[in-house]
Every structure is written in structure tokens, then in C-alpha cells.
Ligand binder design. Sequence first.
Ligand code: NDP
Ligand code: 2IT
Length: 448
Amino acid sequence: MPDLDAKLTDIYTEVLKRNPGETEFHQAVGEVLESLGPVVAKHPQYADAEVMRRLSEPERQIIFRVSWVDDAGRVQVNRGFRVEFNSALGPFKGGLRFHPSVYLGIVKFLGFEQIFKNSLTGMPIGGGKGGSDFDPKGRSDGEVMRFCQAFMTELYRHLGEYTDVPAGDIGVGGREIGYLFGQYKRITNRYEAGVLTGKGLTWGGSQVRTEATGYGVVFFADEVLKARGESFDGKRVVVSGSGNVAVYATEKVHELGGTVVACSDSGGYVVDEKGIDVELVKDLKEIRRARISEYPGLRGGARFVSDGSVWDVPCDVALPCATQNELDARGAKVLVENGATVVAEGANMPCTPEAVRLLTDAGVTFAPGKAANAGGVATSALEMQQNASRDSWTFEHTEARLAEIMRGVHDRCLETADEYGTPGNYAAGANIAGFIRVADAMLAMGVV
Ligand code: NDP
Ligand code: 2IT
């Protein structure tokens, strides 16, 4: 049970009751409500208008059957989701996740987090999330295409550049966005570029969107290090995962003079004291869709560990970039014992509440995902901006915009944490600053 202000306890209890079994959603709501005590004390208008109660109930939830035919000619049935959580600041915006663990509670936690993240970026985007329990692992390109087409055949009616704009997340990258866009275009007979982000560079995509989340996490962590009087130069870094976020976080750490000595996937982790070879990981994961266990066979001096945890590898900076609740109390204790000073979340909610408490109590600076990984969705908003003006910007210009946005998010978190009496607490700053912008828009728009 999170530690809540009395005014917020009822709301949390209602969320538990109304959404039985959705533990990740409960966790995400609890973490935000925990920060809002000083806000409801200072601004009674939010509680009077039931803003928190309205925010924790999605505006719309869509669940649908996805039937498709596999390569062997067998009919497969999956479940599709889109949770349109809050549109006070703009069209619903957030990724699609294809992973066998996806159920309503995961999509709702992600959609809820997305509201505050998108608000923090300062851009005109509401919050939503979607996905399916479809497992792309081991599926052929043809199977992935047919699944994406079947998925979009239902979802298209709920989307639109002014309504709801999906993008990628776990299991959804450039290939899937291509198939989804192709089917949307075919059904609607419209080249509506702004309906999806993460598109290919020759057909409406933005430079830097592929790199944006990983680069953004490192830009954010770099600001955190600067605020501590440090830098990435010479730092040992451990990254979990080896997907989109992990790869580009690793690339940027190396550019800034740090060394990523370990990364992982769901099968285990690799340690490479010379520094993870980013081009090799890209080739393994993006091109060959292989496992990270193959890395040591292609690079001398590295080793693969199939049991244990990537957080056992000593580091100064930890960047969890795989999935929710992957860094628990045990992992946090080991990081503290090994002298880590900064943990920045590339994934959504990778640290358990116990881990966050242990890290914070030990003086490790904790940067929450809704701030640190906001670079992905912020660059999606830059993609929408380019689509709306039928323009395309250079890599350098777009990366400079991303860096500026991440600095802005960082400073907003710190200033807000100061203002509400929790100096240096990025999690409180992110939750409060994200909340206030959405809450003010909701107040202005009346009870809807
Ligand atoms: P990818 O699918 O590209 O990569 C996911 C990585 O995480 C893979 O290495 C995968 O290993 C690992 N992983 C996934 N699920 C699990 C699990 N249950 N246990 C252990 N490892 C797991 O996804 P992304 O890199 O895009 O996403 C990573 C995280 O970042 C997610 O939390 C996502 O929500 C978040 N995020 C992504 C953004 C984006 O723009 N893509 C933006 C902001 C946040 P394996 O291959 O073995 O499954
Ligand atoms: O969690 C996230 O912010 C994403 N998966 C990216 C969402 C987006 O719309 O770019």
C-alpha cells in the first residue's frame, strides 16, 4: 500500500476495486498519488473538481479480437487493446506493445504513465497505449505482416491525426509501423502521415525517432550527473535489455565518454569489459533478430551469463531499458553496495517501489521513466509537427531539439520538486509537474 495523503486514499481504494487484478496499473497510480499530497493541500480546486478521480479512469478502452492465418495455414487468435486514457492536452498518444505478457493491466499502467510523461514534454499530446498478446518472436515477416494488417483492420476506426496516434514499444519497431501504416492507408484511402509515428525516413518518418528514447535517457542522465557535479566521462554503465532503447542509450553513453560494460535480454546478460560493441548488437537484434547469448561467439573477451541479474555487474550508472519491475529490492541493494550513484529509467516503471525507496534512501539519484524516457514520445511529437507542415528536418536539427526538450524536462522536474518541498526528488517533481499541466487543462474544459 503506498503512503498516501488522506484525501487521496479513497481514490486509490476505488482504483483497486474497479480494476481487480491489474497490479501494474495499481502500482503506477499509487506511485503518482504518493507525490500529490502537497499538491492537493496547496490547490483544493483539483480535489473539488475530482481531477485525480477522473484522471485514473480512462476516457475509452477498446478490446478486440485479432484473427489471422499463420504460415502453416492455421488460424491464430490474439487479443488487441487500445486504452485512450486522457486527451486534455492533445490527441491520445503512446505506443503499441506486442508481447505475450500484454493484458489490460499492462496497457492501462502504460497509458496512465504516458499522460504525465507527455504532459512533461510541454508538447500538445494526450496519453494512450495499446498492444496485443501477440508474440513476434520466431514469426516470419509474412506472419508479422498479416497480424499487423488484422490488428489495424479493427483499430483504424479509432485512430486519426487529431484523435489517436500510436507508435512503437516492445515488439513494435519500424517493420511493424510500416505494415500498420500500409493497412491504415489501404482501408481509409488517405495518406494521413500524422496518424502513426516511427515511420520510415522516406515516407514521413522523422530523423532521430529511432534513436530518440535511448539518446534522450542519456541526455537526461547527463543533466542529472551535471547537477551532481559529475559527467559520463570515465563512468562504468550497465544497461538492461538490448532492444531499441538499450541500443541507442549505449551508443550515446559511448559518445559521451562512458563505457557500457553489460546489456541483456530475457535469456540472460553479457559482460564486455572493453565496452559493448553497439554495431554488433544492432546486427544481432535489429537485422538478424537473434539472441544476446550469441554475442560472445562474435566478440572475444565477452562472456554470457544465463542465470543471475545484470544488476550484479558493478557500475556507476544503471540504465534499466527492458521492461516493468525488472529492478527489484535485491537489484537495488547490489547497486548500492557496488557504489552506483545514478539510476535513470529508460523503460517504463522498471524499478519496483521498494527498489526506488532503497535507492533514494541510500543517496542514489533516481530518474523516473516518465521524465527520463520522454525523448521518444517528444520526438514523435516532432514527427507529427513535420508531417503537419509537410517538412522534414535534418538529423542535427532534430537531435538538438531533443536535447533541448530533455534539458527542459529535467529542469521542470527539479524546479517543481523544490517548489513542493522535496528538493532533488525527480520522481515527485515529474509526477507533480506532469499532473499540474493536465489538471489545469481539465479544469479549463469543465466536467467532461
Ligand atoms: P524492444 O522490443 O526493442 O526491446 C525490448 C528489450 O527488453 C529486449 O531486449 C527484450 O528481450 C527485453 N525484454 C522485454 N520484455 C522482457 C521481459 N519480460 N523480461 C526480460 N527482458 C525483457 O523494446 P524497446 O526497447 O522499445 O522498449 C524497452 C522499454 O522501453 C519498454 O519498457 C518500453 O515501454 C520503454 N519505452 C520505449 C520507447 C520507445 O520509443 N521504443 C519509449 C519510451 C519507453 P527479449 O528480446 O528477450 O524479449
Ligand atoms: O513509452 C513510450 O513513451 C513509447 N513507447 C513511445 C510513444 C510514442 O508515441 O512515441
